[in-house]
Design a protein around this ligand. Sequence first.
Ligand SMILES: [Zn+2]
Ligand SMILES: [Zn+2]
Length: 427
Amino acid sequence: MEPVTETEKIDSFSECPICLDFLSQGTLCTLPCRHEFHRECVEELRKHGVLQACPLCRAALPDGPEKIFEDATRMYVSMRRKVGSGKASWHTLTTSQKKLMTEVVVMYTTAANQGHALAQGSLGVLYNYGEGVSRDFEEAARWTQKAAEQENVESQFNLGVLYSNGTGVSQDLELAARWTRKAADQGLSNAQNALAFMYRDGKGVPQDYKKGAKWARKAADQGHANAQFFLGILYRDGIGVSQDHAKAAQWTHKAADLEFADAQFNLSVMYRDGIGVSRDFKEAVRWLRKAADQQFADALYSLGIMYRDGLGVPQDLKKMLRWFLKAAEQGHAEAQFNLGVMYRDGIGVSQDLKKMVQWVRKAADQGCSQAQYTLGLSYLKGEGVSEDHKEGTRLIQKAADQGNANAQQALVMVSQHAQLLGKFQNR
Ligand SMILES: [Zn+2]
Ligand SMILES: [Zn+2]
């Protein structure tokens, strides 16, 4: 038989030299000599002890892929632990660490070439994150795909993510959904959660809130915080499930207990408004503080509101200001606008029109129409900025286009004013 050259591609018509069936029917095993067989056929020969060499070229057989994979994984896990504890970084490996990781990659590749699914999946991860190898998304996708086709559940989920983001492959939302579903069907909670959001957004699947809720429930039952949070919203709003505020609160509570900041914030709103729980401002503040500890901007802002209105805490404008400032620094538009208003009116701070403009502008840049209107007025009046009618009108128009009623009213007045001026000038 002709030896296979290195450049020769695997084509689906070539046969396994051991069983003479097509190589495409089964998992491929490529030996280090580059000869190709079915993985099962090589294993069968190994089991019978007749073969210590490639049947074609007699090159010595490598260890079985299982042993190579285990040895490589032991080395990889010890490296991962070093990186995880901050004792090493994938970007700045020492010479000996690099050598070790190169060995890991060689071993994984040898096992992966022999058709070992977990080795293929691990190689996919190494190439995807650049752990011990140069980052290479195409290689990552290629190995992840091989492992996914062998029903490796993590790889099926990872492949879904690659297709969803177009990383190493052309973006394809339908393929993303198909692989995510395979992993979800195998019970992987991350995949079930991702699939729930695909159904919500109609990404790669027809939009279907009921199916979204079904998959969120499966992941939530496994303790997936994001899915529990999502399920809480579905029950709260009656989307894909019958509205049930008590269930909404229960699921939101579970996610909040898992330190999921969005859920902690939503739970605080439920306690503030008495949705699915008895109204309790103190409890609302307690959950807001937990979310605020995670720098969740909505929570920082809402804590300010609680201090402004004296809900669950004694009213305290200084503390309100402190929380608004924290939220504004996190880019919270409403907080930025309110902070501007406080500087304008001198509430809790000394009046400062320059600072007013600075904060209101940040909110206006984020598309907050009330801020655009307020900043527009500042330009018209020359408050905190040099008077500029053109810029003022432009900003007020922008706010009016967004349906801001104050801005629409102001525009009418500005144009009447201009008409009057015109009449005078024409005289
Ligand atoms: Zn075969
Ligand atoms: Zn060979």
